[in-house]
Design a protein around this ligand. Structure first.
Ligand SMILES: [Zn+2]
Length: 88
């Protein structure tokens, strides 16, 4: 099996790629003379701190909801195969 293809996030983080806490996009860190920080990409470091905090909170919420949607989709998928109603 191709382990690398199945786990792209793990191999990306090994190369110094991070996910921005505000916009959720991957970025490289550290970069020589780059504006990016440990938690935010270069573009998001220009945001005012209160704005960045709100955006980061929303980003966390979106991530949590995405995980929840994936879980529910898997449940619906499994129920569809067994013929069970996922709502019960
Ligand atoms: Zn960003």
């Amino acid at each position: 099996m191709e382990k690398e293809a199945r786990r792209p996030i793990a191999s990306a983080s090994a190369r110094g790629s991070r996910t921005c806490r505000a916009c959720g996009r991957p970025y490289e860190y550290p970069v020589p003379r780059g504006a990016a920080t440990r938690f935010y990409c270069a573009a998001c470091t220009t945001l005012d701190e209160p704005v960045r905090r709100v955006v980061a909170r929303l980003q966390r919420q979106i991530r949590r909801l995405s995980v929840e949607v994936d879980k529910l989709a898997a449940r619906v998928d499994a129920a569809g195969r067994t013929g069970r109603d996922p709502a019960r």
